[in-house]
Design a protein around this ligand. Structure first.
Ligand code: HEC
Length: 143
């Protein structure tokens, strides 16, 4: 009874195409550059050390479940995502302003939600926290 239903559903969902990931990322970068203009290559204004504690709070409440404690893409929800959250320490191509905009708007075609509803100070704080986590050498984890 349930098998034909499953088959019908599977047929209607486009399978995740890992080969299309580089194109998705290139498109994201193009779109962010178009949206931000010159600001794309400028530093994110308003980042401050003073916000690290707040940033940690925001991270563990909103980001850790997918991105993991250090942003290595090893949060408990990561395995269920396509594409999975990647390691934010390595191989990133967006400018800081571009990354910050992804936090505000989300990332189309991925499970990355928009956090435009968080107060700006919380968003800046969490981005500052991510920058800090990248200066650390996190324990090696299996994916
Ligand atoms: C439901 C899972 C989920 C949550 C929660 C989440 N993310 Fe993401 N995030 C993703 C996925 C999936 C991507 C896209 C794949 C990638 O680029 O890593 C992504 C992408 C990103 C990127 C862009 C990376 C790039 O180069 O394109 C940043 C920056 C980011 N997330 C930061 C955050 C921050 C900060 C929070 C919390 C405020 C957060 N994310 C919460 C899943 C999540």
């Amino acid at each position: 009874m349930i098998l034909p239903l499953l088959l019908a559903c599977a047929g209607s969902i486009a399978p995740y195409d890992e080969a299309a990931e580089p194109a998705r990322r290139a498109q994201l970068e193009t779109d962010l550059k178009a949206k931000l203009g010159e600001a794309y290559d400028q530093p994110v204004p308003g980042l401050t050390e003073a916000d690290l504690e707040l940033g940690a709070e925001v991270w563990y409440k909103n980001c850790d479940a997918c991105h993991g404690p250090y942003g290595q893409g090893d949060g408990p929800r990561a395995d269920r995502m396509q594409p999975r959250p990647t390691n934010l320490h390595a191989g990133r191509t967006l400018s800081p302003a571009g990354e910050y905009q992804v936090i505000v708007d989300g990332s189309p075609g991925t499970g990355m939600p928009a956090f435009g509803n968080l107060p700006e100070r919380h968003r800046l704080a969490v981005y500052r926290f991510l920058v800090e986590q990248r200066t650390k050498t996190p324990p090696v984890r299996k994916r």
